[in-house]
Design a protein around this ligand. Structure first.
Ligand code: SF4
Ligand code: SF4
Length: 70
């Protein structure tokens, strides 16, 4: 299991790197550019900008992301 977790003062986001295939769907779909790809995996580098829309959860084909608000 390779699950990493990030927290802001509003939300918690976890990414399962065993599932993430690096396709970048979450990067493209997030309206506030929370994610960026680093070495082929997504990282929520701008987690403070999250507006809790859940698009990343719905857009990930691998169900690799967990979000405290979704
Ligand atoms: S959409 Fe899912 S599989 Fe694709 S980069 Fe994001 S977390 Fe990884
Ligand atoms: S919940 Fe919405 S705003 Fe937050 S990281 Fe996911 S797509 Fe971006």
């Amino acid at each position: 299991m390779d699950i990493k977790t990030w927290e802001s003062n509003k939300v918690t986001i976890s990414v399962d790197y065993d599932k993430c295939n690096g396709n970048g769907a979450c990067v493209g779909i997030c309206p506030t550019s929370v994610y960026e790809l680093q070495e082929g995996k997504t990282v929520p580098v701008n987690i403070d900008e999250c507006v809790e829309c859940c698009a990343c959860i719905e857009g990930c084909p691998e169900m690799a992301i967990e979000h405290s608000s979704c």
